[in-house]
Design a protein around this ligand. Sequence first.
Ligand code: RIB
Ligand code: CA
Length: 357
Amino acid sequence: MTQPLPLILDVDTGIDDAMALLYAAASPDADLVAVTCVAGNVPGEQVAANTLAVLELAGRSDVEVALGRESPLLRPLKTAEDTHGPRGIGYAVLPPARARVSARSGVDLIAEEARRRPGELTLVTLGPLTNLAAALQVEPRLPRLLRRVYVMGGAFRVQGNTTPAAEWNMQVDPEAAWMVYRAWATALDADPTIARPVVLGLDVTERSPIRPDHVIRLARLAGSRIDDPIARADGEEPLLPAVPAAGNPMVRFVADALRFYFEFHAKWDGFYGAHIHDPMVVVAALDPALARTQAVFVDVETGSGPAGAMTVADFRGLTGKPPNVDVATELDGAEFLGRWVTRVGALALALYPPDAG
Ligand code: RIB
Ligand code: CA
């Protein structure tokens, strides 16, 4: 096996961010160097508390967790407790982590680690781009210093999920996104060999929802007794396993976090399942061949009109501007979910074997 890929995850933990953290912790091909936290789904301090607690659940209390920006660059913070629950992890409850947040800021961590390990680190952003934009102000050479950047954000040929034009991570801080894509465009003008950010928008992250049967498969892989799944009133779709039957703490966390997300999607999207956007990006970062991409010039609308926070992709080359982003156009969703279930299930079994009582 090649060397594990050194990763920094930038998160706004959130339910799907938590699923991404579990996947990273469960992946032998990932070297999780650090996690930086940004305000988004919930306020920054709650993001940090959730991230520390999820990493402890996953046996990774050793990973440095640093809190970055607690508000967007210019705008007041908007959060999404309706989507992710009052504390950002759905119905799940986790004990406070023993580990403490780092003394350095998440913004400084990104700049300092990129300087210390030039060309080695892959940054995966799973929330608003505020921390990366702020880190670019600290260290403008980041496009050259980072090995690669993977972004969860945007909607390129599909509608937004927050407004008709905007995806959530872009909507929270459009100025940050604008700065990031412009910074890479400028860096690429000077050095076309720089790796363009790989961006997974809703075009790919909303194609393969996770469903109750994935959670039940996860529970079984983890050795949990699923002896009484609750059948839905309509009998069509089994709900998540009865949580008390899932004796495994990681399965219980996944089941309770996702149950909230499933109810949100059932209400707003008409299906009992969930788009877990963020882990898809970690899967793609660890296995770039999984996603098909198209190099394209992307700009971000920062106005306050109906197109505000829209990621505008020049697929036809009408602007004449060279590509600054690799936009993901296809990704094998079944493969993504299969890997997520298999790896997280194996981690849950390893950390909390059923005979441990
Ligand atoms: O639009 C989906 C993105 O917004 C995901 O990163 C989710 O966690 C939320 O932050
Ligand atoms: Ca997120």
